[in-house]
Design a protein around this ligand. Structure first.
Ligand code: SAH
Length: 250
């Protein structure tokens, strides 16, 4: 009888100590999560649903869909908006700018027809999300941002997320990056009143430039393909709404 009681007491003690240790473990986990935002199965599930939505809207490029399915979009926006990260919507990112709607990101990227190791210039790094999509597709990404506040965040944020191969520049994207060109593809992620001509000269032969062109209220998506030194073929796609492409730096 006494032996049975002793065993019982030991079980209680073991149970109690395991409770305590899991309490401390959970406190430790909570402490880590407080300082570092995570990407868990709920985010992954929401992301897969977002991929399905984009697919239904007509995006066919499997590499684009895979990249969107992989990148934790909720980490590119502020925590108070995290619950909206996997809606197909543009969201604010600070400095009065936005992270583009996922469908728009997918649409522009699909038009770029990216191949592995393509050299790609992005104008308007913003949150860095579009740059990561391109990087996931195997492109060598060069990206320019004119807002110092956003650029200062990006130079730490992207390497921390594992994208140290994306090269970020602080400057006016209207001028492009002549010393790093020519590029296989150029993407402009802000609405331009007209195509920046300096960028056309930085396209390789056969290179694609994708840019929303129009006034502040509405832009048409334009793709230009360089056919020869002086010959550029222009195609027009649907209507979109972007924040404006501005001159100079801020
Ligand atoms: N590609 C971004 C979308 C950002 S919104 C993303 O994935 O989040 C457009 C961005 O273009 C803004 O950050 C804005 O500051 C930037 N921008 C506007 N005009 C610019 C210019 N001339 N050069 C570089 N960046 C510019």
């Amino acid at each position: 009888m006494a032996q049975q009681y002793k065993l019982h007491l030991r079980d209680i003690m073991l149970f109690w100590s395991s409770l305590n240790s899991s309490f401390y473990l959970s406190r430790f986990y909570y402490f880590c999560c407080m300082n570092k935002r995570i990407d868990d199965y709920i985010h992954k599930g929401r992301r897969q649903r977002l991929v399905e939505i984009i697919k239904l809207k007509g995006i066919k490029d499997v590499n684009v869909l895979n990249a969107i399915g992989k990148i934790p979009r909720h980490l590119f926006i502020e925590e108070y908006l995290e619950h909206r990260a996997y809606e197909d919507e543009a969201l604010p990112i600070g400095a009065s700018q936005t992270i583009s709607q996922p469908y728009t990101v997918a649409f522009q990227t699909q038009l770029l027809e990216i191949s592995f190791m393509d050299k790609v210039l992005e104008v308007g790094t913003g949150s860095g999300y579009q740059a990561c999509v391109l990087s996931e597709m195997g492109a060598r990404v060069f990206s320019i941002e004119r807002q110092k506040e956003l650029y200062a965040h990006l130079v730490h944020f992207l390497p921390d997320l594992g994208y140290s191969n994306i090269r970020c520049f602080y400057g006016d994207g209207y001028k492009g990056l002549p010393t790093y060109g020519p590029f296989d593809a150029i993407i402009i992620t802000a609405g331009a009143p007209e195509i920046p001509t300096d960028l056309l000269t930085q396209l390789k032969l056969g290179g694609r430039l994708v840019c929303p062109v129009g006034d502040k209220k509405l832009q048409k998506m334009i793709r230009i393909i360089r056919r020869s030194d002086a010959e550029f073929e222009t195609e027009t796609f649907g209507d979109f709404l972007f924040v404006p492409l501005l001159k100079g730096i801020n």
